[in-house]
Design a protein around this ligand. Sequence first.
Ligand code: TYD
Length: 209
Amino acid sequence: MMRGKFIALEGGEGAGKSTQARLLAEALRARGQACVVTREPGGTVGAEAIRALLLGTEGDGWHPRAEALLFAAARSDHVERLIVPALERGDWVVCDRFVDSSRAYQGGGSGLSDAELLDLHRIGSGGLLPDLTLLIEVAPEIVEQRLTARDGDEADRIGGRDAQFHAAVSAAFRRFAEAEPARFARIDGNESPEQVHASVMAALGPLLP
Ligand code: TYD
């Protein structure tokens, strides 16, 4: 059995990652390729419980190191229980956010070093990396319109941080993609969902079944 491919979608809030994950999964299934769609933080019972701890707005929140450890712990459970078994069965895994979100949000946005975050990922998840990471990039003014339509005033603890934080996150994602062009595909997310999906399929070209 050939190991499945692991595809991550990354980007800031309101980039359209979950819509693109769904459209990609439908396209893969239409080609006869079994696939699992999942998200981070979450994807397993344990990781969803950690998600609630991380994103809930009650209490005082976490300091940056505790937050990074919780994301890494959630990812560890998700990798071990869901992602690796699916890949070993030959399924593709389409994941809404993965380790580059920790590097961008806990690193670029909150000040842990990239080396520390990669250490946590090595300890928690054996350093597993996606075969391809699709970075969906959207202009800040378009994101703002989409988020107001989607969430109103109800942002979660991390999504609700200020514009400067989110700008640092976007800049970090861009740096990662520039540093590792073979592992990342940059996707223009400003267009309609169908157009963005076409760009996703084009970027996946050589990997597609
Ligand atoms: P979610 O609602 O899933 O994201 P989105 O805004 O993309 O719809 O919320 C996940 C939040 O957690 C989001 O603000 C990004 C943040 N996050 C991190 O800070 N680090 C991580 O490692 C991951 C996976 C997410």
